[in-house]
Design a protein around this ligand. Structure first.
Ligand code: G3P
Ligand code: CA
Length: 275
């Protein structure tokens, strides 16, 4: 059964189509674009030699065949690792029969470390508008370098200074208010998203840090405190919810009128929305 919302909800592929393919790989992002996702979400971290790469965890241990912190490794070290086979092992876990390999990437280039630059190229070549929601991970450790490198890279793609936030295909997200502040100070028209995993006094009042127009609460917050979505909307903010994978949570987001659903299953969510 599909539920067509009265307003349009953006469907954002969280780390790519990360249920079907290994997160943060070209394979996952290509699949998300194929599935029709409106936008792609990625986490960015800085390598020891100053490259922005799309990796969620501080260390590469979970999602690659290597070990160590991203910040201690150079891009060439990361490029030698396989960021795909962990997903294959995960798919096998607890199964007697071979899992469905339909989306198993064959080309090693599809599961090597993904730089933000390569992801920006993919989006530029998509042949349709695909937005990018970039999350700065633990930016405080680098005292502004993550944001500085990020804005330099966006500038190269002509994406750092949109005429208005509404027309920007890129937005910057963070749990760190300081990181969002740095971005706003250097690129005032670039939209920013304040991510939230706890109900703070600020959130209870529907307030966001100065200049931030988009709230990013977790689905757990939205399930437990749906009134907060109403409050944020009344205050004129957009609401982008993560990570929404279950059909009943999609339906809840539709009922509450959220603006974006961030999901590991963009194809299934689009189907649920009747698109
Ligand atoms: O899209 C926001 C969401 O990705 C934040 O949590 O841990 O998946 O980066 P995490
Ligand atoms: Ca993220």
């Amino acid at each position: 059964m599909t539920h067509a919302p009265q307003h349009s909800i953006q469907v954002v592929a969280h780390r790519g189509a990360s249920e079907d393919a290994p997160e943060h790989t070209l394979a996952a992002y290509r699949k998300a674009i194929e599935d029709g996702a409106d936008a792609l979400e990625c986490d960015v971290r800085l390598t020891a030699d100053g490259h922005l790469v799309c990796v969620h965890d501080r260390r590469v241990n979970r999602t690659s065949n290597g070990r160590g912190a991203v910040s201690a490794l150079e891009l060439a070290d990361l490029a030698a690792l396989d960021f795909g086979s962990w997903k294959t092992r995960e798919a096998w876990r607890g199964r007697d029969e071979e899992p469905d390999w339909e989306h198993r990437p064959e080309d090693p280039a599809d599961t090597s470390v993904l730089t933000l630059e390569r992801l920006l190229e993919l989006v530029s070549d998509a042949g349709r508008r695909v937005e990018l929601a970039i999350e700065t991970k633990h930016p405080t450790r680098w005292a502004g370098q993550v944001e500085e490198r990020l804005l330099m890279l966006l500038k190269r793609f002509g994406l750092d200074a949109p005429a208005t936030a509404a027309e920007s295909p890129v937005r910057i997200m963070s749990f760190s208010a300081r990181s969002l502040h740095r971005v706003r100070a250097a690129a005032p028209t670039l939209p920013t998203v304040c991510l939230m995993q706890f109900v703070s006094p600020r959130l209870r009042d529907g307030r966001l840090p100065a200049g931030v127009r988009i709230a990013g609460p977790s689905i757990r917050i939205v399930r437990n405190h749906p009134v907060l979505v109403e409050r944020l909307k009344e205050a004129g903010h957009q609401v982008h919810v993560w990570t929404v994978n279950e059909p009943e949570d999609v339906d809840l987001c539709v009922r509450l009128g959220v603006d974006a659903i961030i999901t590991n299953r963009p194809g299934a969510v689009l189907h649920r929305l009747g698109r």
